[in-house]
Design a protein around this ligand. Structure first.
Ligand SMILES: Nc1ncnc2c1ncn2[C@@H]1O[C@H](COP(=O)(O)OP(=O)(O)O)[C@@H](O)[C@H]1O
Ligand SMILES: [Mg+2]
Length: 144
């Protein structure tokens, strides 16, 4: 049973509100009292994932689950999916369009940074289907 579970809505191409969900996740974790290193790691993953849903995905949602042993983030969207997941994780690979690049996005480092910052990352996606990104962080010295 998670101690805390929160769900957030994310809208495709909503660059006005983009980033709000990850800020709220950051604020919840700070409020719980997690150390700043963990809060930073989760926030980086939340921000990159949220921006990916806004830019590349479709309408979707984020889920934050805090349990005694772990923090988990789940991002689901109803977008076009990812055809080649290994390629998507390659540093520098990006399908960002000109409009995204003009806003400063499209470095192709989001997924690599998520992988580096988290303890576990799982992607479930197929072209034409949505995408589910599950990111895990261990708490304390738990092995599971
Ligand atoms: N939710 C998603 N839906 C569809 N494609 C995605 C999604 N997230 C990531 N991708 C694909 O993976 C690529 C790499 O993502 P990322 O490393 O965050 O770089 P960037 O966002 O700068 O393009 C994206 O350009 C896109 O093609
Ligand atoms: Mg990205």
């Amino acid at each position: 049973m998670p101690e805390l579970e929160r769900k957030f809505t994310i809208r495709a191409n909503d660059f006005i509100n983009a980033g709000e969900v990850s800020l709220e996740i950051q604020s919840i974790l700070k409020h719980i009292g997690f150390d700043s290193a963990l809060v930073r790691r989760v926030s980086v993953c939340a921000y990159e994932s949220e921006m990916n849903v806004v830019m590349h995905g479709g309408d979707g949602e984020a889920l934050l689950k805090v349990s005694p042993k772990s923090v988990a983030l789940v991002f689901r969207d109803q977008g076009p999916g990812i055809a080649d997941i290994a390629l998507a994780f390659k540093p520098g690979y990006s399908t960002a369009n000109l409009e995204h690049r003009e806003m400063g996005f499209g470095a192709g480092m989001g997924l690599p940074n998520i992988k580096k910052s988290a303890d576990s990352v799982e992607v479930n996606s197929e072209k034409g289907q949505g995408t589910i990104l599950t990111i895990g962080f261990k708490l304390g010295d738990s092995d599971d």
